[in-house]
Write a protein that binds this ligand. Sequence first.
Ligand code: SF4
Ligand code: SF4
Length: 456
Amino acid sequence: MFKERKYHALRVDPEKCFGCIHCMKVCPTETIRVKDGLAVVNDLRCVDCGNCMRACPVDAFYIIQDDISRIQEFKYRVALFPSVNIGQFPEKISDDQIYGAIMKLGFTHVYEVEQPIQWLIETIYEHKQQNPDKQPLISSFCPAIVRLIQIKYPSLVDNIMNVKAPHDLAASFILEKLKQEGARPEEIGLFYIAPCSAKIAAVKDPVGEQESIISGVINMNELYNRVMTVIAGHPREEFEGYRDYLSREGILWPLTRGEARLFKRRSMAVDGIHNVVRILEKLETEELPDIDFLELRSCDQGCAGGILLSGNRFLTVERLERRARRYPRAAESPVRPELREKVKTSLISGEIAPSRVFQLDPDRAKALEKLAKVERIICQLPAIDCAACGAPNCHALAEDMVTGHAKMTDCIHLQHRYLKEGKMTIVRAFDNLEKIWGNGRFEADCKKRGARNEGF
Ligand code: SF4
Ligand code: SF4
């Protein structure tokens, strides 16, 4: 059964937002509307991709995350981070300095999540073999894409592999390792340093699971800033034993083609959520060739383009590619066989279910009726997608009307027709506009936000 989202990592600050619609225009699920001069997100349709946050000219979106002081609740404080965290730092800062600075922030263990990646690779190959009908097999790595498929392409949900991501692998591995070394489970705090809002939401509210074994999530951007403040005065030291199972494949995993390169026959890697939407549409209409594996990532350049990374994504990729060349192949890296079966079993996720949030009505006959109504309404609308109604385009406005969230007079162009035909008063038309764009929005005011093109 589909589990409705309880947690979203992104929020809009009403003090900063001024309803400029930049976010609404880039949202891949058309989930944002402008009401009373502010961006309003429909949580049911939001996939936490962060496109809105990237597009906002005044940084009105903020991230909900755990406070780093929470680590003090635990005796063993483990920082779990993806290798892109290393890639974002300036070149003159070594891997060991970054590890040292993270420890200085209060962690007792620092661990890169893409290890031992060989176990994840084996699990994916086994899953592919056991599910020959999943053609193509779709990666479950990017949580924004999994959510996108669940809500917008429910017929493709069965193609998603039920295999968890590297942060689950590392969390499970380090938990077992510490328990073996004598730590009690309640003493162990696992904190994931997340590169994007979708990964934060995935840990807080995982798909196919009741809850994650990870204790908290910290914004990678915040960690970066803290590391940069402590790194200067920190003596260089060596970190033995923390990267024993790190491999070339592991370091490259979060980047575009990180997983697709494992499939020797036919695989395809697509990054950028709007590119992914186009590919999923082709897959739905059976226009894709016979592909074995589809790696789909919401961000350009994979996690190197995550919204919580500080570095330039292309420089991050370049640093990681050079770093990867210094590490052995996954099949050659030494792993502890005694934990293998236990950790591998934990890598299979529960059911990933389709959602019906895009259905116009739960009753199929009524949904078809409503669809026909949407089409009739669109004939009345100007079809110029101006967004002056507070919806991203005319089609979205028509759907809002059919589901009872908007009315014909919300379209400012139709308003003009109604005024001309004497079906509406000018006062009512103006009130309607203020409901969407806020009181006083149409007063002359050189100080109002946006008037000076600030932030654009
Ligand atoms: S200021 Fe503009 S882009 Fe930013 S949240 Fe508000 S409507 Fe969206
Ligand atoms: S996070 Fe993505 S899906 Fe959610 S409102 Fe922003 S752009 Fe839309």
